[in-house]
Structures are given as C-alpha cells and as structure tokens.
Design a protein around this ligand. Structure first.
Ligand code: NAG
Ligand code: NAG
Ligand code: NAG
Ligand code: NAG
Ligand code: NAG
Ligand code: NAG
Ligand code: NAG
Ligand code: NAG
Ligand code: NAG
Ligand code: NAG
Ligand code: NAG
Ligand code: NAG
Length: 644
C-alpha cells in the first residue's frame, strides 16, 4: 500500500519534471532518424555454417592487425617467456618469432558475474599485459597484445566496453582512472567503483535526486517514439561507471552528459582501434523470444540454448548461429528499413546494459512489480515489455522458418549468461574467425562466489545441440568433476589432442576464479555478484590476488606455490595448433606441460552423475543482484514520499 501510494507521488512530481527542459544527457541519449546513405543495406546475410563470412570491415581490421601488429607482439611475448630461463622446444620459438610458416591465432573470452567478474577480467588481462613490467617479469606479459579477438558478457561486458571505448588504457588506468584527469564529457574517469551502482551516496536526498535524474534522461528517447525499458534506466547507471565522462568530481553534476552519446560504433574512431592496437572487441547478449523451446533450458537457467546468441561488435550486430546467420550495422541499430536510417541508438552503455540485463529472470508480479509500475506510469504503456532490452528488429521477416523473432518488431535482449553459458566463447568458435586457441576466463558465482565449471558445461551442451555448426573440445559433464579434479583452481587445457591435423577444434585454456591462490592467502576475489561498489583498497587487493592466480600456474607438487614452468607451458598451449599444422612433433618441456595441464578426460573415480553439492543454490548470484536493484527502484519511490 505504501509503495503504491509512493509510486503515484513519484509520478506526479516527475511528470512535472518532464515538461521542463531536457537534460544534456537526455538529448545525447536520444536516437536520431535521417535519410539513409546511398546504397544502404540494413541486413547482411552471413551464409550457412561452414561457409560464413565476416563483414568486410571486420575482415579488414583483423587482416591489418595480423599483419601490422601481431607479429611483433608475439616476438615481445616470446622474449618474456624466454627470460624465465625454461628451455623451450625450437618450434615454440620459431612459431612465435615468425620464422615458421605457421602462426597462432588467439582469442580471449571473459565471463559475467558483476563487479567480481569485471575486476577478475581486468586482473587476468593485467597479468597478460605487455605494458606491465611485473607481468613481463612473470613471463606471461604480452599475450594480451597478441590476441586477435576479445569477447565479454555481463560483468565482462562492463570491463570490455569500458576498455574499448576508453582507448585501451592499462588495467590500473581503466579501473582507477588517470592521475590528475581532465574532467570532460569525453575523457575517461575510471570505474568510480567506490560509488555504488544502485545508491551512490549515503545521503538519501542525493540518491533520490540521482535516480530521478536517471529516469529523466530517458525522456528524449521515449518522446521520439523508441521503446524505453528498465534496461535504459540500467544503462544510464552503468554509463557513470563504464563509459567516458564521469569522475569523482562530477558524479552528480547534470551539466555533463555522463557517457550519453558515446556510441559502441564510435570505438572505431579511438586511436587504439584505428591503429589496430586492441583485440577486436565483441559483446554478447541472449535473445528472449516468444515460442522458444523451453525444453532446452539448462536446469536453473532461463534462456533455452536453442535460442540464437547475439553479438555486438563495433561494426555489426547479429548472430552467426545457423538459425539466423545475419547482421545489421551497429551504427544504424534502431533502423528497420533501407529508407529511414536511425543513428545514436547504439549507446555503449545500452550495449553493456543489454549484455547484463537480467530483469526478466524473476517473477515480476511479486518482485519487479513496483519498478515496472513506476516505469509504466512515467512512460505510459505502449505495449512494451519493460524487463528486457528492446532493440528495433532489423531482422524482421528474415529466416522465418528458423529465426524465433522473425515476426517480432523488437528484439528482446537479456543478460548474456542467462542460457548458462556465462563465458562468451560462442563468437570465438565461429569458423570464419579461425581461432585456434581460446583463453576462457571464468569468474562465475557458482558456489561461494567461486566458479565450478558450469559455464563450460552449458557451452558443451549447446555445441552438441547445434552440431555441426561449431567445434568445441570435450570438457567434463558435471561440476562435480571440475571440483574433484581441481580444474577451476588451476589453469586447465582442454582439447589438447585433436582427431587429425585438419580438425579445427580450438584448444581451450581455462583460467577460473575457483578459489584462493596456492600461496595460502585469504580469498578476496569471491565478492558477491550483488556487491555493487568496491573501495579502491578492496579493488586493488583483488587485482593483486588475481595477479597471483593468473601467474601461479599448476605447481608440480604441493610443496610449491607457483609453477616456474607455467610461462613456458602457456606458450606451449598457445602454439600447439600451429605446431600441428607445421607438422612438428610436440617435444621438450611441452610434453611434460601437457601431461600436467591437459584434462585427460579421466574422472578419477568420481561419479560424474553425482552432482549434489549446492543443488539448492539456484543461481543465488542472479537473485542477490536482482533484489538489490528491486530495492533501488522501490527505494526511489519510498524516498519520494519523504522528499516531495
Ligand atoms: C627463431 O627461433 C628459431 C628457433 O629457436 C631460431 O633458430 C631462429 O634463429 C629465430 N629467428 C629469429 C629471427 O629470431
Ligand atoms: C574516451 O576518452 C579517452 C581519453 O580519456 C579517449 O582517448 C577516447 O577516444 C574516448 N572514447 C570515445 C569513444 O570517444
Ligand atoms: C558537456 O556536454 C554538454 C552537452 O553537449 C555541454 O553543454 C557541456 O558544456 C559539456 N561540458 C564540458 C565540460 O565540456
Ligand atoms: C524442443 O527441443 C527438444 C530437445 O532438443 C526437441 O526434442 C524438440 O523436438 C524441440 N521441439 C520443437 C518444437 O522444436
Ligand atoms: C521505415 O522506418 C520508419 C521508422 O524508422 C518508418 O517511419 C517508415 O515508414 C519506414 N519506411 C518504409 C518504406 O517502410
Ligand atoms: C508471481 O508472484 C505472484 C505474487 O506473489 C503470484 O501470485 C504468482 O503466482 C507468481 N507467478 C509465478 C509464475 O510464479
Ligand atoms: C569466499 O570464499 C571463502 C572460502 O571458500 C568463504 O568462506 C567465503 O564465505 C566466501 N565469500 C563470499 C562473499 O562468498
Ligand atoms: C585437489 O586439491 C586438493 C587441495 O589442494 C588436494 O588435496 C587434492 O589432492 C587435489 N586433487 C587432485 C585430483 O589433484
Ligand atoms: C602491474 O600489475 C601489478 C599487480 O596487480 C600492479 O600492482 C601494478 O600497479 C601494475 N603496473 C602497472 C603499470 O599497471
Ligand atoms: C616439488 O617439485 C620441485 C620441482 O620439480 C622439486 O624440486 C621438489 O623436490 C619437489 N618436492 C617434493 C616434496 O616432491
Ligand atoms: C554412479 O551413479 C549412478 C547414479 O547414482 C549409479 O547408477 C552408478 O552405479 C554409479 N557409478 C559408480 C561407478 O559409482
Ligand atoms: C555448480 O554451480 C551451479 C550454479 O551455477 C550449482 O547449481 C551446482 O550445484 C554447483 N555444483 C557443484 C558440484 O558445486
């Protein structure tokens, strides 16, 4: 009753606000319709599996990066590995120094899991970053610079959108901002993680004004006739943390745009992207659709694995999955035909917001009801579903036999981890992208906010379902196996041995946040997914412990805390597919490395069908995060009573 009343009060006061001049952020967030460029084509069909094509822009980017940047990056990385003084087989050196006819092709996927996952991704990539001397001394620095692709979803999308749009700063600069920054609409101010995403002040008046400002920032888009949902509200909160333009000193200052108007397509204009210095970034989101086949929902998850997975890259958005295999230009998202072209829809914050939109996963009547009622009253209903991210469907009428949303006016996108595949490996398995080694970084919050391998199992199940479109190496069939064999507390290689030299299954390097480092430190990396702020000291402590986790390897025996051969072993995995293509035999330290790091498929006597631990914990990480947000929306209204 109290909440119902407060919603009415909020509505009245905000309606008055909405007739006043729009905020600068509201204007910058509003899509713009105009005449399409000559020869414009909205949809690109990408071909059938096995014969798929990349966009011309992506192909050109990758080709330029592979010829102008990556060869030197492999040499720099090799020098760091060699400096660890572990003798490498000569094929490892010749593949990395460019004197072999074969070169490796490497991609990185970084998982969801809120701030924990964003920080874990940043921490692992810091350990692989050739700009960090500690990483170089640890023998794994430089690998980040040699990657062709990098994908992120949910918390990993917060990390990746911020990294790409901020012009590929170092990870310390990404997380904490630059020292003495220039406070401006279009410069980078760090994650501002000490300000909570939901309630960024201890002063309730400040918080209320802040939340009302966020809603007012949606006004322009709403009035221009585009679908506005809770994801847009979410997008405007995320923008303060993961998009240019917000600093400690202007956090509440509405004369700034706070990331509104900074587009995902405009990453192409950053200096690092224009010089091919950054791995090609891809953000993953799941489709929710009427008529989806619910018998393909992984137990405890929400979206069937048979739904197409969508990606946003800087040039295109769409899906390589065989049910659709079509793309539309990112810059013109919002467009639905070839005559009227919409721009300014692909806000970076909405891309991250779509990848982390999990408001559909709960019973709206009992939980999200208040927040939705609020939005509905502020933005009177036009039949729009408010608990998903809405993107006008560029694929209307495409593939009606196989594409679930072919007859839908809007695409309903939700958190990229909702099908259980919490690591965005899917776009890296596209054969046209030709990756032979994938680093899967997993900071899922499965048990005690540590990962237990569920994400890889879900991917394995989906690849089986979509066979033969993709190839994926065998992984265990139950989290119990991951846990019993410690596969998530040490780096593990999957798919070490291919069926034949023509087998294009990639080798998977799995590096999880599965427990504390081997050196006996108390764990600090398993913060809850619903922890929506982190002090600088906590964040730094996490980054430092993640550095240990990423550099420790898998010690040969329990009397050691780090493996001095880990840098060499990682290099062995990186080059192994290229070695096979070159017709070389695995040898030297690489043989003992593979014996130690590869998953053999053995279950070590553990019964794979017995997976009982934590069965009762049905995605508590999702639920926890969600209730915080519900609290935020409800709190906004309740606070409104006191203030107005
Ligand atoms: C590359 O490595 C191979 C094997 O160690 C070595 O024989 C060759 O001289 C190296 N080439 C260059 C250009 O460093
Ligand atoms: C964000 O700010 C950084 C400088 O802090 C700049 O280099 C980059 O180009 C900006 N990004 C975009 C998309 O404008
Ligand atoms: C930020 O952008 C807004 C809208 O364009 C503009 O009014 C304001 O002056 C800008 N602020 C700065 C510091 O550039
Ligand atoms: C739904 O999926 C199940 C399991 O994959 C399959 O057996 C069934 O035929 C599918 N139903 C439809 C209508 O496609
Ligand atoms: C194209 O889409 C716009 C909406 O963006 C609509 O107003 C217009 O009527 C459409 N044109 C055609 C030819 O369908
Ligand atoms: C959702 O919650 C409402 C109110 O608690 C309840 O009446 C309804 O049965 C629930 N719906 C589902 C599908 O669980
Ligand atoms: C982190 O892990 C430790 C050890 O498993 C556990 O005791 C602690 O409760 C976990 N912390 C959180 C916030 O889940
Ligand atoms: C897993 O790790 C635990 C604790 O370090 C150890 O006791 C156990 O032997 C390990 N199991 C395997 C299969 O390596
Ligand atoms: C390198 O990484 C370490 C470990 O997290 C960190 O303390 C240090 O600040 C980093 N250096 C730079 C230049 O980013
Ligand atoms: C552990 O392994 C290291 C390196 O192989 C070796 O030097 C040491 O003797 C081993 N310790 C035990 C107790 O086996
Ligand atoms: C594994 O568990 C299944 C189901 O509980 C049981 O039927 C089977 O006998 C078990 N196998 C072993 C080797 O314990
Ligand atoms: C693994 O995590 C999932 C949640 O993602 C949970 O449902 C399952 O019980 C866990 N299994 C084990 C063995 O920890």
């Amino acid at each position: 009753m109290l909440q119902t009343m407060s919603i009415c009060l909020c509505f009245l006061s905000l309606s008055a606000g909405l007739v006043a001049a729009q905020s600068v952020a509201s204007q910058a967030y509003t899509p713009v319709a105009g005449v399409c460029p000559n020869g414009f084509t909205l949809v690109r069909m990408a071909g059938s599996p096995g014969h798929q094509s990349l966009s011309a822009s992506e192909a050109a980017y990758v080709q330029a990066r592979r010829s102008q940047v990556i060869p030197q990056a492999w040499k720099t990385y090799l020098a760091n590995v060699e400096a660890t003084k572990v003798a490498l087989p000569s094929y490892v050196s010749s593949i990395l120094n460019g004197s072999s006819c074969e070169t490796p092709s490497f991609g990185i996927a970084t998982s969801g899991g809120g701030y924990r996952a964003a920080i874990f991704g940043a921490g692992v990539l810091n350990a692989l970053d050739g700009r960090n001397v500690s990483s170089n001394s640890a023998g794994i620095g430089g690998l980040l610079q040699a990657a062709t692709y990098i994908a992120g979803l949910s918390g990993g999308s917060w990390f990746l959108t911020s990294l790409a749009q901020a012009n590929f700063p170092t990870m310390q600069e990404l997380v904490f901002g630059f020292p003495n920054p220039i406070v401006a609409n279009n410069s980078w101010g760090g994650w501002n993680a000490e300000y909570s995403i939901d309630a960024p002040s201890s002063n309730p008046v400040t918080v209320t004004e802040y939340l009302i400002n966020l809603i007012e920032e949606l006004e322009g888009k709403y009035r221009a006739g585009y679908p506005v949902t809770f994801a847009d509200f979410w997008s405007r909160t995320l923008a303060r943390h993961f998009v240019n333009g917000t600093f400690s000193s202007n956090f509440f200052d509405e004369s700034y745009t706070h990331g509104a108007g900074i587009l995902w397509s405009s990453v192409a204009e950053t200096e690092s992207f224009a010089s091919y210095a950054i791995p090609f970034p891809i953000i993953v989101s799941d489709l929710s659709a009427p008529g989806e086949n619910t018998s393909n929902i992984v137990s405890g998850d929400y979206i069937p694995t048979s739904n197409p997975i969508f990606e946003f890259n800087v040039f295109e958005m769409g899906s390589f999955d065989p049910m659709l295999s079509a793309f539309a230009p990112t810059k013109y998202l919002g467009t639905t035909n070839n005559s009227v072209c919409v721009t300014n829809y692909d806000q970076s914050s909405l891309v991250a917001g779509s990848s982390s939109e999990l408001f559909n996963t709960f019973n709206l009547t009992s939980t999200l009801g208040d927040a939705l009622t609020l939005l509905n009253s502020l933005l009177p209903d036009s039949g729009i579903e408010h608990d998903v991210a809405s993107w006008p469907n560029p694929f209307y009428g495409i593939a009606p036999e196989t594409f679930l949303s072919s007859n839908q006016m809007v695409l309903k996108l939700v958190d990229g981890g909702e099908d259980g595949e919490n690591i965005p490996v899917q776009p890296l398995l596209v054969k046209a992208r030709g990756l032979d080694t994938i680093l899967a970084i997993d900071a899922s919050g499965d048990v005690h906010n540590f990962a237990n391998g569920s994400a890889l199992i879900a991917t394995q199940d989906r690849i089986t379902l979509l066979s033969p479109a993709y190839s994926f190496p065998p992984v265990p069939t139950s989290p119990g196996e991951f846990i019993a064999q410690n596969l998530s507390t040490r780096p593990t290689f999957f798919g070490c041995n291919t069926a034949s030299a023509s087998d294009t299954t990639p080798l998977l390097i799995y590096l999880a946040n599965g427990g504390p480092p081997h050196n006996g430190q108390t764990p600090v990396t398993n913060i809850s997914t619903f922890q929506l702020s982190s002090s600088s000291s906590t964040t730094q402590a996490m980054l430092d412990q993640i550095f240990m986790i990423a550099t420790q390897g898998y010690p040969a025996n329990s009397s050691m805390t780090t493996d001095p051969e880990w840098p060499a072993c990682l290099a062995c995995a990186i080059v192994d597919r290229a070695r096979e293509r070159a017709g070389e035999t695995r040898s030297g330290v690489c043989e003992s490395c593979f014996a130690r790091y590869c998953w053999s498929g053995s279950t070590l006597g553990i019964n794979a069908t017995q997976d009982v631990i934590g069965q009762a914990i049905v995605h508590s990480f999702h639920r926890g995060w969600f209730s915080t947000l519900v609290g935020m929306a409800v709190g906004l209204c309740i606070l409104g009573i006191d203030l107005i």
